[in-house]
Design a protein around this ligand. Sequence first.
Ligand SMILES: [Zn+2]
Length: 56
Amino acid sequence: MVWLLRRCESCMQYTLKTDLCPHCGGRVHIAHPAKYSPNDKYAMHRIAMREDRVKT
Ligand SMILES: [Zn+2]
């Protein structure tokens, strides 16, 4: 259930809340988004490169 953990951007506390940090009220995001599927990293990289190419 590690992938359900969220982490606060402000105080870096882990939480199971999906919207706001219960400690400081800051924004939270998934702690380990691509850890179990490393291919996502390359997919995002490809998309980023493609968008970069479109821009230039
Ligand atoms: Zn916090």
